[in-house]
Design a protein around this ligand. Structure first.
Ligand code: FAD
Length: 313
């Protein structure tokens, strides 16, 4: 029996995966897309998306992702509601890559990895309770909603320093909670934080709870971990900025990752170190992390895959 070798398999169903699918399908690559455990990706966990071009009145994350899926399916993308559990990539030009969804083996000439990244949270029950009601892991996405208000930023690294300085331009006051007695951020970022008058840094302080009515944040409950003294900070928004984890565990050891575990791609392209394997979206981007940039790189990945396949013939 002849083996079914697909031209293009897409792993992940966020904005990058579905955009790659639209472009790959329209280039006649007959893509098959595996959604993973979170069909639609990170945006399905948010309410309003106000910054994706083309939606003048904004749109909810789940609706936007359903639109993207419908558009991909209009061009005959086959969507599988399954998770890829293992990958065996070929290192040869024109080699056949093997992916597994449990016991099912999938053979492909090209693979687009768009498995995204997951924001890290502290693990407090209140983070879940107030998610969508004032707790966020993305200042660029949600800062706008807190214009003129007070917010807390949790974290000590470059991400936290960047989120705090970004928010300081929009909000009335930013209180940064730093667990240790010093930042982990670069000197330049620390300097920016220290020179921003409406950022107050509370060293040795940790977020331990959130209070508010109707699941809307009103107060951050904090503890000074040196004196054990508890207090509250009146705020409307709490930004958790302790980093992201790229979803690359199943690819580790087979494909080149950068020092933070993101898939390494050639500058200006989505090519990885393996021929026929491309990466798009947050899984290869720890800087921009937006739906539009993920979608843009999904388009690039499909075009890179199409070119790769064309050059094999
Ligand atoms: C709460 C929240 C609000 C946000 N708001 C905005 C906003 O307003 N505007 C904006 O531009 N951006 C926003 N973002 C950021 C935006 O969601 C991301 O930048 C974008 O979703 C990244 O897209 P992606 O395609 O890289 O992957 P993701 O959306 O991260 O999706 C990854 C996909 O990969 C799948 N996957 C993972 N592992 C596997 C596997 N082994 N097999 C198969 N599939 C797998 C998952 O199921 C998922 O479908 C927000 C993020 C969050 C968390």
């Amino acid at each position: 029996m002849e083996e079914n070798i697909l031209d293009c398999v897409i792993v992940g169903s966020g904005p990058s995966g579905f955009t790659a699918a639209i472009y790959a399908a329209r280039a006649d690559l007959k893509p098959e897309l595996y959604t993973g455990l979170e069909p639609g990706g990170q945006l399905t966990t948010t309410t309003e998306v106000d910054n994706f071009p083309g939606y003048p009145a904004g749109i909810t994350g789940p609706e936007m992702m359903m639109d993207l899926q419908k558009q991909a399916e209009r061009f005959d993308t086959k969507v599988h509601y399954e998770m890829i559990t293992k990958a065996e990539f070929s290192k040869e030009e024109g080699g056949i890559h093997k992916l597994y969804a449990g016991n099912k083996e999938i053979l492909a000439k090209s693979v687009i990895i768009s498995t995204g990244a997951t924001a890290k949270y502290l693990g407090l029950d209140d983070e879940k309770k107030y998610n969508g009601g004032g707790v966020s892991a993305c200042a660029t996405c949600d800062g706008f909603f807190y214009r003129g208000k007070d917010v807390v930023v949790v974290g000590a690294g470059d991400t936290a320093a960047e989120e705090a300085t970004y928010l300081s331009k929009l909000v009335n006051k930013v209180t940064m909670l730093v667990r240790k007695g010093e930042f982990r951020a670069s000197k330049a970022m620390i300097h920016r934080v220290e020179n921003t008058p409406n950022i107050e840094v509370k060293f040795h302080h940790e977020l331990i709870g959130i209070e508010g009515e109707n699941n809307l944040v009103e107060r951050a409950v904090v503890i000074n971990n040196q004196t054990q003294e508890k207090s509250t900070v009146d705020v409307h928004g709490i930004f958790i900025a302790i980093g992201h984890k790229p979803n690359t565990d199943i690819f580790a050891g087979q494909i080149d990752l950068d020092e933070n575990g993101y898939i390494a791609t050639e500058k200006g392209s989505t090519r990885t170190n393996l021929p026929g394997v491309f990466a798009a979206g947050d899984v290869q981007d720890h800087i921009y992390r937006q739906a539009i940039t993920a979608a843009g790189s999904g388009c690039m990945a499909a075009m890179d895959a199409e070119k790769y396949l064309a050059e094999l013939h």
